[in-house]
Design a protein around this ligand. Structure first.
Ligand code: KIV
Ligand code: ZN
Length: 516
């Protein structure tokens, strides 16, 4: 249980965040995000829903193997098979948590679960006990608590704590709550549940009415000591409460809150960028804390005020949340050992010497082009290398693109398909269009391109561009990522990665589906 002055930050970017349509991530991408969450010093990382698919299981397991400073958690419905699978996935973790849940609102119990309230309580108790047979750290959530009856919530929470739950989570699953009312619900629960002092009370708010952060803060004022949140507010529908807003609200208004988090806020902006790049969901310029304009002063009066005394118009310092913190780490003359030890400092460890060599060769090639290499470049090299090592049907061997004023752009590529080389070429409205058309002239994937976005990994025109390509086929959506100092090559890599992901297939279960 946390000290009363500590607010536990439970990040669910990799689970609820990934439930956003189109935000599916690969294992390598999830690991990359988990590492930055660890640097941020979040207390708990909800790494996924282990039973959803073999891929989800492996992602949770590899995060459990790599992360040392944060608790690693897997979601599980209140079912034996879910709980056992979650336990297996988090077993390697230094600190592991099982998060089990069942719906408690009349509408969910009647229509989704088709269960009587007494049976829901019994199932909750059985599941918490089973989770406790695997680990000491068990969270129980009352799904759709925001629309549940208070008396029933008191009853099921008391039973869950008696069965061994150490954290009780009150989700506003459909984003229906209003701050005063939600704060009052938490106050009532803490007063009325007789064994409330034996667990940490948590909230998990969705943003359907734009109130997720406000509702979470109202709950904190009423005594909640864990908030569940995501980077950039990513999540189902309108998203979850945003981590950066919650953390900075509590930290900036220490005159009102007697608690704080242990988050190292300097990593907030890099974490936001990474999540945005990997998911392909851009951050709106006026987004609090992490939007490009969050610290920009346009009007003359504001600029004048800030120059005379920063606090006239600024309540936080841009550098405290990680703006302008690119740190120069390595250059053209750095050797293998410096490269390896910087990767280790970043928490990146390759499984084989061949992978490390491949990454070092890419680093040298990049250093020739770019001279200054930043942490973000190293992370991109690492995930590019890992992606290449993961088997895929398609690969890029060479490419040549012609782009000239007054001439139709043309792309010529040599592609690898199932181990055989093929030459393709096509014209397009621009070099990227020509590249994608050339690839499709061979592959004929039947995919729809849903999103194409380019971000610079660091600043400057010599920076690597990281391209996200989102493809859809038969309702399945994947994001491919490619990085290179040449954004046309990065685009081809991203497109090919997306094709590899789509060709791997596989079905994932949604945790909040009806089959409990
Ligand atoms: O929104 C929700 O209710 C959830 C639960 C599974 C915690 O995501
Ligand atoms: Zn949720």
């Amino acid at each position: 249980m946390p000290a009363n002055d500590h607010l536990v930050i439970f990040d669910t970017t990799l689970r609820d965040g990934e439930q956003s349509p189109g935000a599916t991530m690969t294992k390598a991408e999830k690991l990359r995000i988990a590492r930055i969450l660890e640097k941020l010093r979040v207390d708990v990382i909800e790494a996924g829903f282990a039973i959803a698919s073999q891929g989800d299981f492996e992602a949770v397991k590899s995060i459990a193997e790599s992360i040392k400073e944060s608790t690693v958690c897997s979601l599980a419905r209140a079912l034996d098979k879910d709980i056992d699978r979650a336990a297996e996935a988090i077993r390697p973790a230094e600190r592991g948590r099982i998060h089990t849940f069942i719906a408690t609102s009349p509408i969910h119990m009647q229509y989704k679960l088709q269960m009587q309230p007494d049976d829901v309580v019994d199932q909750a108790v059985r599941s918490v006990r089973r989770a406790r047979s695997h680990v000491d750290d068990v969270e129980f959530s009352c799904e759709d608590a925001g629309r549940s009856e208070l008396d029933f919530l008191c009853r099921i929470i008391e039973a869950a704590i008696k069965a061994g739950a150490t954290t009780i989570n009150i989700p506003d699953t459909v984003g229906y709550a209003i701050p005063e009312q939600f704060g009052e619900t938490i106050r009532q629960l803490l007063n009325r549940v007789p064994n409330a002092d034996k667990a940490v009370f948590s909230v998990h708010c969705h943003n359907d009415l734009g109130l997720a952060v406000a509702n979470s803060l109202a709950a904190v004022s009423s005594g909640a000591r864990q908030v569940e949140c995501t980077i950039n507010g990513l999540g189902e529908r309108a998203g979850n409460a945003s981590l950066e807003e919650l953390v900075m609200a509590v930290r900036t208004r220490q005159d009102l809150y007697t608690i704080d988090t242990r988050v190292d806020a300097q990593h907030i902006v890099p974490a936001s960028r990474l999540v945005s790049t990997i998911t392909g969901f851009p951050v709106q310029p006026n987004k609090a804390i992490v939007g490009a304009n969050a610290f920009a002063h346009e009007s003359g009066i504001h600029q004048d005020g800030v120059l005379k005394h920063r606090e006239t118009y600024e309540i936080m310092r841009a550098q405290d949340v990680g703006w302008h913190t690119n740190s120069l780490v390595l250059g053209k003359h750095s050797g293998r050992n410096a490269f390896r030890s910087r990767l280790l400092e970043l928490g990146i460890q390759f499984e084989t010497e061949t992978e490390l060599n491949e990454a070092f060769t890419r680093f040298k090639a990049l250093a020739d082009l770019k001279h200054e290499i930043f942490d973000e470049d190293l992370q991109a090299i690492a995930s590019d290398t890992r992606q290449k090592e993961e088997d895929g049907r398609y690969g890029l061997v060479t490419m040549q693109v012609c782009s000239e004023t007054g001439v139709i752009p043309r792309a010529r590529l040599t592609l690898l398909v199932d181990g055989r080389e093929h030459k393709v070429e096509a014209e397009g409205s621009g070099p990227v269009d020509a590249t994608f058309k050339a690839i499709e002239s061979l592959v004929d994937s039947g995919c729809n391109l849903q999103l194409y976005s380019v971000n610079n990994i660091t600043s400057g025109t010599d920076a690597q561009g990281e391209v996200t390509v989102r493809l859809e086929r038969g309702g399945r959506i994947v994001n491919g990522i490619g990085a290179d100092t040449d954004i046309i090559i990065a685009s081809a890599k991203a497109y090919i990665e997306a094709l590899n992901l789509i060709s791997r297939g596989g079905v994932r279960q949604h945790p909040q589906g009806a089959d409990v």
